[in-house]
Design a protein around this ligand. Structure first.
Ligand code: URA
Length: 436
């Protein structure tokens, strides 16, 4: 890090007025902030200036590198298989990681999937896996490497040592209305992925009512920005923009999503989830140079690994390696209620955001990172878009440990499922692919 000191007020003023910072100034800013020598009120002003005026490519690359340099890196060199990971910007019912990591490991990749916990209406991969009795997601760097070597995949928390400057900045952005900035989101996500040490990365950038990015243009901008940062730092990268206006699969919640993931790993998955998993998987296989990428039908090869139990067997091994019991029953909710159709017709749309918020209010999600979550609470979509219904047919099953939560959520979800006289036109799940 630089030994020159800088005037923080001058850096804020320059960014406020549309100017740019040089590399050394960015290193100083991030290093000094991470060390606790720039106060939050000055960093908050700087973040707002970035929110309003953006960063150019050089500033963005250097900011990301400085966040990586603020902490440790996982050392994954020397593993016997190529490393490749996937990151999703978060959606409702998004259990893709639980299926994809063991699936790719079953066809020859090494998948270091460092994940997060849920906040607000989108669930977190770790909360889902922790519904499995005994499962541990807080592994040390040497445990991560050992599980990867033995099993071929690991799904665990990014430890506090990885990109600590991002952790501090993200907490500050959360309380200063500066989260929704493409350069700040892109550098935040990419700093963690670069510190993780994977050689290749596929991004699943969700678009729609249940996603962080509601419109396609902003999602494209985010995908392109992350692909550019990763490429500049030597990662093989691709980004898929995928539709998130309906829950993915039928299950939304922690234990229920594990159940649906296991069904998918056993060849019994819902069509949309399987399609997304094999599409992302084929992209990962190509970036990692796996043998299946050179076959005539990589997606077919991945479907076969789901159908014949290879992926399931890796999942069970991973759960055991992380001290979980893959045969233990998952927690079940003590109370349930149904939301039913008011009229006959076809399901035309299911509001992902409202269903995600419903699951969260039933106890599956949290408002603050320290809040506990229920493993058993959630929503199961008993009907999906395009399916016919009669009046009175059950549409959603709500599950909770606390009976008092069911009534208000049922009321809020009364019209979350739209019914009309005709089925909706088919909509593609993958909207665009961005490659480097
Ligand atoms: N997820 C992150 O890790 N960082 C952001 O800025 C937004 C979402």
């Amino acid at each position: 890090m630089t030994s020159r000191t800088h005037d923080m007020v001058e850096l804020i003023r320059r960014k406020r007025d549309g100017g740019r910072l040089d590399g050394e100034e960015i290193d100083w800013l991030i290093g000094t902030y991470a060390a606790g020598r720039v106060p939050d009120y000055q960093m908050a002003a700087f973040l707002m200036a970035v929110f309003l005026n953006g960063l150019d490519r050089a500033e963005l690359g250097r900011l990301t590198a400085a966040m990586v340099a603020s902490g440790d890196r996982l050392h994954l060199e020397g593993l016997s298989r190529p490393t490749v990971d996937k990151h999703s910007t978060g959606g409702v019912g998004d259990k893709v990681s639980l299926v994809l990591a063991p699936l790719l490991a079953s066809v020859g990749a090494c998948v270091p999937q460092l994940s997060g916990r849920g906040l607000g209406h989108t669930g977190g991969t770790l909360d889902k896996l922790e519904a499995i009795p005994g499962f541990r997601s807080d592994l040390s760097p040497s445990e991560v490497r050992s599980v990867l070597e033995r099993v071929g995949c690991v799904i665990c928390a990014a430890g506090p040592g990885l990109a600590p400057a991002d952790r501090k900045l993200y907490a500050l952005r959360d309380v200063t209305a500066t989260v929704e900035s493409v350069p700040l989101i892109a550098s935040s996500i990419m700093s963690k992925k670069l510190a993780e040490g994977t050689a290749a990365l596929v991004l699943d950038v969700k678009v729609g009512s249940g996603a962080f990015m509601r419109d396609l243009d902003r999602a494209r901008q985010l995908g392109e920005t992350m692909v550019a940062i990763g490429t500049e730092h030597g990662l093989r990268m691709a980004a898929l923009l995928t539709r998130m206006d309906e829950p993915l699969g039928r299950a939304v919640g922690n234990g229920v999503e594990v159940e649906e993931s296991v069904a998918t790993l056993s060849g019994r998955g819902p069509k949309d989830l399987v399609e997304l998993v094999v599409t992302l998987g084929a992209e990962m296989a190509s970036l990692a140079g796996l043998e299946i990428a050179a076959t005539a039908d990589p997606k077919g090869e991945l479907r076969a690994a789901l159908d014949d139990g290879r992926a399931l067997s890796v999942f069970r091994e991973m759960v055991r390696a992380q001290t979980g019991d893959p045969d233990a029953p998952l927690p079940t909710a003590r109370h349930r209620t149904l939301v039913t159709a008011r009229a006959p017709g076809f399901v035309r749309a299911m509001d992902a955001r409202r269903i995600g918020e419903g699951a969260w209010r039933l106890g599956a999600g949290r408002t603050k990172l320290e809040d506990p979550v229920s493993a058993a609470a959630g929503v199961v979509c008993l009907r999906r878009s395009g399916e016919p219904v009669e009046a009175g047919d059950p549409l959603l099953e709500l599950r909770s440990d606390e009976p008092g939560r069911l009534g208000p959520v049922a009321e809020q979800l009364e019209d979350a499922v739209e019914i009309g006289p005709d089925p909706p036109a088919p909509r593609p799940l993958v909207l665009e692919v961005i490659r480097q």
